[in-house]
Design a protein around this ligand. Structure first.
Ligand SMILES: [Zn+2]
Length: 258
């Protein structure tokens, strides 16, 4: 199994052991806003912490991490241009499989500018992009997010994450991948299976990925295996379960080649 969206830097060592015990073999850890990102140096140190410290902690438990790095909308520091200048060097590293997580939080002009710049950068570099959708004003902001994606990058290069019942209709015709975040206070494993049951035939099973988004917010490192368990109880075919919990993320992030 793959947990396709975590924040390893916010989690204790023991979580990686738990995830391994429950059958998660790899995870993608994404750059975000773990502290006040007051300058570019703080953001870059956050990237280094992911690549150096978190990779080591995970691998000690046998869990393979890959990273997505980028400027989260809540991490846009006053000298963000310096981060954008350095970002291609980070994206070039073998263990970095995508640019992310990026997107809009409040949809300010600055957020839109930084988001567009990163989509164009990913397009030029041929990198996949992990896009965040916010908790507040989710629908309104997702509409803007999707239109910025369509204008600035090939949609097949993008996963739109934290898709829930409030925005699922918006992404039906969007041709990229869809992340389903199973997280306390957001969506339970049973609710995720219900949402997928309703949409998977129409949308295509090959477009969905499961994740826990474990961070310092209420989180469950076993979200993905618990959702897989609910799928089994609901009588889902093995092959379809494997697509959502493993194969789609492997293919999208090219994990076999990396
Ligand atoms: Zn996240």
């Amino acid at each position: 199994m793959i947990d396709s969206h975590i924040h390893a830097d916010c989690r204790p060592y023991e979580d990686f052991e738990l995830m391994m015990l429950a059958g998660i073999e790899s995870a993608i850890t994404l750059a975000h806003d773990p502290m006040r990102m007051s300058t570019s140096a703080v953001v870059l140190d956050h990237f280094y912490r992911i690549l150096e410290n978190d990779f080591k902690r995970a691998i000690k438990n046998g869990l393979t991490l890959k990273a997505a790095l980028g400027l989260h909308p809540r991490s846009i520091c006053p000298d963000y241009e310096l981060v954008l200048e350095k970002l291609p060097e980070f994206l070039d590293r073998e263990e970095v499989v995508a640019l992310g997580e990026v997107g809009l939080e409040n949809a300010s002009e600055l957020e839109k500018k930084v988001f567009k710049a990163q989509l164009l950068m990913a397009g030029e570099l041929g990198m996949k992009v992990a896009v965040h959708t916010p908790r507040s004003n989710k629908r309104e902001i997702t509409i803007e997010t999707l239109s910025i994606i369509k204008e600035n990058i090939e949609t097949s290069m993008v996963v739109v994450d934290h898709v829930d019942p409030s925005i699922i209709d918006l992404v039906e015709d969007f041709e990229g991948m869809l992340g389903i975040t199973v997280q306390p206070e957001k969506m339970t494993p049973t609710e995720a299976v219900e949402l997928l049951d309703r949409t998977i035939e129409e949308y295509g099973a090959e477009r969905f990925m499961l994740d826990s988004d474990i961070s310092s917010s209420p989180s469950d490192p076993l979200s993905v295996p618990k959702t897989v368990h609910q799928m089994k109880l609901a009588g889902w075919e093995k092959a379809k379960i494997k697509m959502l919990s493993n194969d789609n993320a492997t293919n999208f992030y090219n994990l076999k080649k990396k």
